[in-house]
Design a protein around this ligand. Structure first.
Ligand code: N01
Length: 535
């Protein structure tokens, strides 16, 4: 069934984790609802990102919905960190279990949404020419859903294949016998490089900024582990939500400051955290993201690990970041540094040998031309705002969200933008803690908050909800203030728009931690949706 000329209470953009849960919630509230999805099926980021080694770096037992006890009891994760295919199977299972596809229109891209102030509703346009209207528009379009495709000089003349990690061919790619180049060393590259190296004849990595990569120590989950988690899933979920990043419930988020420990204790603490591995490495000391001296010592520790793994000291040195740990997203990898010991792998530091461009047969740097059969661009995303600014979203005054955010994205609580009534943003990131959390927890929190807000509106006879400019400005200021008390904004990253030429440099995530953020949202709701105008 299409959306042509129909009216819905809620129109949702995107059928990833956020869109699907929003659909379930809207149905639960008895609202008429439709999801519009550009892809051919459910999954969002997990539908598109099919590159070799794609996994979630949040542990599988936590990277799942908790809203339905039966769902979490019936699903079994096979590994500590789930692969992309397994996550996609889970999302498909959810879609089937709750019969979600009947309310989703696939292969359809939303191109425009204009608010009609008289009718209190959004007029939505799609690429295929269809239009519809909706009282509420929910952008569940994801924080990392617009892959960047930097155009390198001479790119069109390259006769080999070019792949983007964020748009990987569904049929997969066989690199056997090929000379492959990977551009980028963020999370996607860190996951794919070891597997491409195993398959390809040769692999060259072009690195602009080295990443800090903590080992995943991935392994199969035993039946005993799964049974014990399921025996009291609620406790694990509750504990996760008490943690800064809404993940790592089985571990300790240390409250010790590094200076309270002797050198020996510090070494032992960091070794222990390294042995556990994963993103929760940042929990090893309470001040890693606050005290430059602590952060520096953690960085030295990681550099020491790189030196101990990578046999060639010159390559090890190129792989060592000198930046603030955790400011660019911490990467979680398997055999990442070890891969640089392989005879068929080489590394090019493009600060020393700038990537001048592509030629018909390969890539040119001042060191000469290197021939390739395939080039993999793992160059990241127009994060947090990209999916929304690519849609012609116009608010009450006809201004576009793109214009509005041209100097930096401002939101109230990351949920709404003043001048854009009845538009909710789910787990996208600007002004919310999403980007530094287990995104599924942020998704559930946002969807439930929005659901409660809609119930409140229905009960009080309101038609529109809109962030008030003053509350929004105060929130934006607060987000910046909090960020500036930490080391999070120190490096150039997608968190501050530095990875997209011309994008406004504003630090977007709210880094006070998930529990603080949830409490703020709760307080706003219990104070009669303070800072929102309900009319
Ligand atoms: O993207 P990135 P990603 N020339 O932006 C380089 C999530 N994710 O796709 O740092 C040369 O981190 C760029 O260099 P620099 C996760 O949140 C999650 O890897 O800008 N190089 C960088 O090295 C993650 O953080 C999982 O100097 C260029 C790389 O490309 C986020 O997605 C798995 C360049 C881009 O790294 C993004 O990760 C994978 C150019 N023109 C991803 N442009 C999970 O496990 C860019 N680069 C959940």
């Amino acid at each position: 069934m299409t959306t042509r000329n129909k009216h819905f209470d809620v129109l949702i953009i995107g059928a990833g984790f956020s869109g699907l849960y929003m659909l379930i919630k809207a149905r639960e509230l008895g609202l008429s609802v439709k999801v519009i999805e550009a892809g051919g099926d459910v999954g969002g980021t997990w539908y598109w990102n099919r590159y070799p080694g794609a996994r979630c770096d949040v542990e599988s037992i936590e990277y799942s919905y908790e809203f339905d006890e039966e769902l979490q009891q019936e699903w079994d994760w096979s590994e500590r960190y789930a692969t992309q295919p397994e996550i996609l199977r889970y999302i498909n299972h959810v879609a089937e279990r709750f019969d979600l596809r009947s309310d989703i229109q696939f292969d359809t891209r939303v191109t425009g949404a204009h608010f009609n102030a008289e009718a209190h509703q959004w007029s939505v346009e799609m690429e295929n020419g269809q239009t519809c209207t909706a009282q509420f528009l929910v952008a569940a379009s994801g924080p990392l859903s617009v892959p960047l495709k930097p155009k390198f000089p001479g790119q069109d003349q390259f006769q080999g294949d070019i792949y983007y990690t964020g748009y990987w061919p569904h049929e997969g790619v066989d690199f056997t016998g090929q000379r492959v180049a990977v551009i980028g060393t963020g999370s996607s590259a860190v996951q794919s490089i070891p597997l491409i190296a195993e398959q390809a004849d040769s692999l060259t990595v072009y690195q602009r900024t080295p990443a800090y990569v903590v080992p995943a120590h991935n392994r199969p989950l035993s039946t005993e582990e799964r049974t014990s988690v399921k025996a009291d899933y609620a406790t694990l979920r509750t504990r996760a939500k008490e943690m800064h990043f809404a993940l790592g419930a089985k571990y300790i988020q240390e409250e010790t400051l590094m200076a309270e420990h002797s050198l020996e204790q510090r070494k032992s603490r960091l070794e222990k955290a390294w042995a556990v591995g994963g993103f929760i490495f940042l929990y090893a000391y309470a001040d890693i993201m606050f005290d430059p001296a602590t952060n520096h010592e953690v960085a030295e520790f990681i550099r020491g690990k790189i030196a101990s793994v990578v046999k060639d000291p010159a390559i090890a040195s190129i792989l060592m970041s000198r930046g603030v740990v955790g400011s660019k997203r911490l990467c979680v990898g398997t055999n990442y540094y070890e891969t640089y010991n392989r005879d068929n792998v080489s590394l090019v530091d493009i600060n020393e040998f700038p990537l001048q461009g592509f030629t018909a047969v390969g890539i040119e740097t001042p060191a000469g031309e290197r021939p390739y059969d395939a080039i993999v661009s793992a160059t990241g995303f127009d994060a947090m705002t990209g999916a929304l600014t690519r849609i012609d979203i116009r608010g009450v005054n006809g201004d576009t969200l793109k214009q509005r955010w041209s100097e930096g994205a401002d939101t109230y609580l990351g949920l709404q933008v003043s001048g854009f009534p009845n538009l909710f943003i789910v787990a996208a990131g600007p002004g919310s803690s999403t980007a530094f959390t287990n995104v599924i927890k942020s998704t559930e929190h946002h969807v439930e908050w929005i659901g409660d807000c809609i119930i409140h509106m229905r009960e009080t006879g309101k038609h529109t909800v809109e962030a008030e400019p003053a509350a929004e400005s105060a929130w934006v200021e607060h987000v910046q203030e909090v960020a500036n008390t930490t080391l999070f904004p120190q490096e150039k990253s997608f968190y501050n728009g530095a990875n997209v030429p011309g994008k406004a440099r504003v630090y977007l995530p709210y880094v006070a931690g998930f529990p603080v953020y949830v409490q703020k949202c709760k307080d706003v709701a219990s104070n009669g949706y303070e800072g929102f105008k309900l009319t």
